[in-house]
Design a protein around this ligand. Structure first.
Ligand code: NDP
Length: 462
């Protein structure tokens, strides 16, 4: 029996922390997990889950409109923001309960308190002041929305945290940023009837994505009525006498809105965590530095998930936790595999993507083939909705390996998950070609694009 109070102490009850604690406890280890707020972390409490529920809510008005083309007459409809918030809160509470139950059933001790490091093996529970010891410590405290403290008037703005709890739906909103959260919330608010403006500093939204996805989504969002301002910055936010907000921009004058939302990235949540006391190193962004096995520079202290700023995605944190358990408690050294992570942007239409964009592939390989299809989805024929789906496969001409797959359109996220398997398995374009189509679907296009739309040789389109 070790002299420590616990075999494992986990700080942070989000996706990575809960998975680590539950699996270790299930192996018979003496485990405690401390959480200062609610179990479930960003994903369940103020991220992926409530966001997706909001996405569904925001799509109904288009469904009602589309129904007419199929013979339906839909009566007058109205939307009740408070009802949506209440229903969402119930679902979030249910999921939080499941997280707690999983921990309890596995035998982990749940500690409802902030926890801070006091040394390489010791932790202070802030609520009680008690200091406990553990052989291993996992830091999985996640991140928080970048408050953009340099922006005058940033205190008047909301982030995605508050967007989930607004007392009332604003009539208008300006959203700053061009990443996942800005784009997803611009579509959500617009879909719920809010006059929405997106302001982004770069030339085109979603800077790390394939150019066809970026342009295609930009056009689709504008066609719906979302105003997108690129190459611009907010310089100042002030309150108006009428109770609204006024946004001074660098290039586009002054914008007015009921709310201003900042979606400018998320920062690791490491301030005040006692990292200095324990000697844990952080990088210039405050993220905990880890090696390929999620080990910090201090033996016995590990970090995983968003706090390490590797890839800020829920499934990545969970995967890192599972690798940690394999390595430390199952004698099976396993490092997380961060290659070819499929991901989705729940914009409207969605983006689903895995692997290299056309630009990335063109800069890394001598010759690539680009297979590109653009078409009107079948449902839009009768609904009359002007929308298009774009699908792209990026192939290395030398060995026919599919390097990237990108989809803009309905259910693109669902398709990205399956494409992720094919790219992970190293499938070639020939494997795609000899796969029978599922008809009539949109995804059949992925296996019926027989000739390249164009090639890029030494960086030049031919
Ligand atoms: P992102 O990193 O996706 O986007 C941040 C955006 O803010 C970028 O457009 C960036 O511009 C811009 N930006 C950053 N700093 C400034 C600044 N000082 N002034 C002006 N613009 C600025 O972060 P998000 O906040 O959207 O999301 C955080 C993370 O959460 C994402 O990285 C993602 O991993 C995860 N997430 C995943 C989702 C999903 O899987 N569907 C959904 C939501 C979040 P630039 O591009 O020029 O750097």
């Amino acid at each position: 029996m070790s002299s420590f109070d616990y075999d494992l102490f986990v700080i942070g009850g989000g996706s990575g922390g809960v998975r680590s604690a539950r699996l270790a406890a299930g192996l018979g280890k003496r485990v405690a997990i401390a959480e200062e707020y609610r179990f479930g972390g960003t994903c369940v409490i103020r991220g992926c889950v409530p966001k997706k529920l909001f996405v569904y809510a925001s799509q109904f008005h288009e469904h009602f409109e589309d129904a007419a083309g199929f013979g339906w007459t839909v009566g007058e409809s109205s939307f009740d923001w408070k009802k949506l918030i209440a229903a969402k809160d119930i679902e979030v509470a249910r999921l939080e309960g499941l997280y707690r139950k999983g921990l309890e059933s596995a035998g982990a001790e749940i500690i409802e308190s902030r926890a801070e490091l006091t040394g390489p093996h010791s932790i202070r529970l802030v609520k009680s002041g008690k200091v406990v010891t553990a052989e291993r410590i996992v830091i999985a405290v996640g991140g928080g929305a970048n408050p953009h403290a340099a922006l005058p008037g940033h205190e008047h703005c909301i982030t995605s945290n508050e967007a989930f709890h607004l007392e009332k739906l604003p009539r208008s909103i300006v959203i700053a940023g061009g990443g996942y959260i800005a784009v997803e919330f611009a579509n959500i608010f617009h879909g719920l009837g809010v006059d929405t403006t997106l302001i982004y500093r770069g030339k085109e939204i979603l800077s790390r994505f394939d150019h066809d996805m970026r342009q295609g989504l930009h056009q689709a969002m504008e066609a719906k009525g979302i105003r997108i301002i690129c190459s611009d910055l907010m310089e100042k936010v002030t309150k108006t006498a009428a109770g609204g907000l006024s946004v001074e921009t660098l290039n586009n004058g002054t914008l007015s809105a009921d709310q201003v939302m900042l979606a400018l990235g998320r920062d690791p949540y490491t301030t005040g965590l006692g990292l200095e006391a324990a000697g844990v190193a952080v990088n210039e962004r405050g993220a905990i530095v880890v090696d390929a096995y999620s080990r910090t520079n201090v033996p016995g202290i590990f970090a995983l998930g968003d706090v390490t700023d590797r890839v800020q995605l829920t499934p990545v944190a969970i995967h890192e936790a599972m690798c940690f358990i394999e390595t430390e408690f199952k004698n099976n050294p396993t490092s997380p595999d961060h290659d070819l992570i499929a991901t989705a942007v729940f914009s409207q239409p969605e983006i689903g993507t895995v692997g290299l964009s056309e630009e990335q592939a063109a800069s890394r390989f001598d010759e690539i083939e680009v297979y590109r299809a653009q078409f009107r989805p079948m449902k839009a024929t009768l609904s009359g909705r002007a929308e298009k789906t774009i699908m792209k496969l990026i192939v290395n001409a030398a060995d026919r390996k599919v390097l990237g797959a990108h989809i803009l359109g309905h259910d693109a996220g669902e398709m990205a998950q399956l494409l992720g398997i094919t790219l992970k398995a190293g499938c070639t374009k020939d494997d795609f070609d000899r796969t029978m189509a599922v008809h009539p679907t949109a995804s059949e296009e992925l296996v019926t694009m027989y000739s390249p739309s164009y090639r890029i040789r030494n960086g030049e389109r031919v």
